[in-house]
Design a protein around this ligand. Structure first.
Ligand code: GRF
Length: 305
């Protein structure tokens, strides 16, 4: 035993402590055994021996088990802290419920940072506003949103420069791969929780929609359900609006589902279409509406998620 203790690097203080524990246990059991005869009204000699023997074993065994339990608990806590994967808060949740701890780590906890990806194909003025909105100084109280990735299908797109300036990682995607696996692997690698389409021209493949159900939103430069669908993008939308003689147009922010411009509408804002309106002037009005509302709506959606 002493060899084992030396091997475990037990110092003198521990040896004294262990010795004292044995002595105290012995004395306690001897006292209990002596009085047991009186309490139980049996022959003194017989009860004293039996009580001493049984009581000593029981006390030593439960002490050892308790000691072992404390060591395990201490080692487990130490391991969790060392890996850095959990703070004491999550550790507590883990004891209460593993599911709750997972929720904290992977997306549902109030204070956890949300990793957002922006998908864009063009100039990226909306992407710029979104980035500015979420990284603007003095916004620390706002739910923490990390723009973790910009995904783009066009190597010449302005949005790549905007992302580069802010040191946001970018990936340029290819249509075949996108349609096949939605770049799901890369999105998981960047731990993306939420996707914002800001002028993204390709249809989102089903796999991505299923994996991010109600976690992908889009902005459309008209009042859906009118002027949406395949080939209704950019100036084509404004041309159609003017041609139809509409008195008003606007923007629609909606969830993305399997069909073009079809998912549940989250928000709309309108603007008047004037008598002398041109595609260019209407595009300008629409852009102004988008820049004003899109970042705020994203924030509201994230808060509600
Ligand atoms: C916006 O008008 C948006 O509604 C549409 O594409 C345009 C993107 O503009 N989906 P930008 O690249 O953000 O300037």
């Amino acid at each position: 035993m002493f060899k084992w203790l030396k091997h475990r690097k037990a110092d003198d203080k521990y040896l004294v402590l262990i010795g004292c524990t044995f002595v105290m246990t012995g004395l306690l059991i001897a006292w209990i055994s002596r009085n047991a005869a009186v309490w139980l009204h049996v022959s003194r000699m017989c009860s004293e021996d039996v009580c001493f023997f049984i009581g000593y074993q029981v006390l030593i065994l439960s002490g050892l088990l308790f000691w072992r339990f404390l060591i395990c608990l201490w080692k487990y806590k130490k391991k969790l802290r060392k890996t850095g994967s959990m703070n004491s808060d999550v550790f507590r949740s883990k004891i209460i419920s593993r599911k709750m701890a997972e929720a904290k780590l992977y997306g549902k906890a109030e204070n956890r940072e949300i990793n957002m990806a922006i998908f864009a194909s063009g100039a990226g003025s909306n992407a710029q506003r979104i980035i500015e909105h979420f990284i603007a100084p003095g916004q620390q109280n706002r739910r923490r949103v990390n723009i973790a990735l910009v995904v783009c299908n066009n190597p010449a797109a302005g949005v790549l420069k905007i992302a580069g300036k802010q040191k946001i990682p970018t990936i340029i995607i290819e249509k075949d791969i996108f349609n096949k696996d939605g770049y799901l692997h890369e999105l998981k690698e960047y731990k993306i929780d939420f996707i914002v389409l800001a002028g993204f021209m390709w249809k989102v493949p089903p796999l991505l929609i299923i994996s991010y159900r109600n976690k992908i939103i889009n902005i459309h430069p008209a009042l859906l359900p009118k002027y949406g669908g395949k080939n209704m993008y950019g100036n084509f939308v404004h041309q159609a609006v003017l041609k139809a003689g509409e008195k008003e147009s606007g923007i629609t922010i909606h969830y993305v589902d399997e069909l073009y411009d079809h998912g549940k509408i989250i928000f709309q804002a309108k603007c008047a279409v004037d008598e002398d309106e041109t595609v260019e002037t209407l595009a300008k009005k629409i852009h102004a509406l988008e820049h004003e509302h899109y970042p705020k709506v994203i924030e509201r959606v994230l808060d509600a998620n």
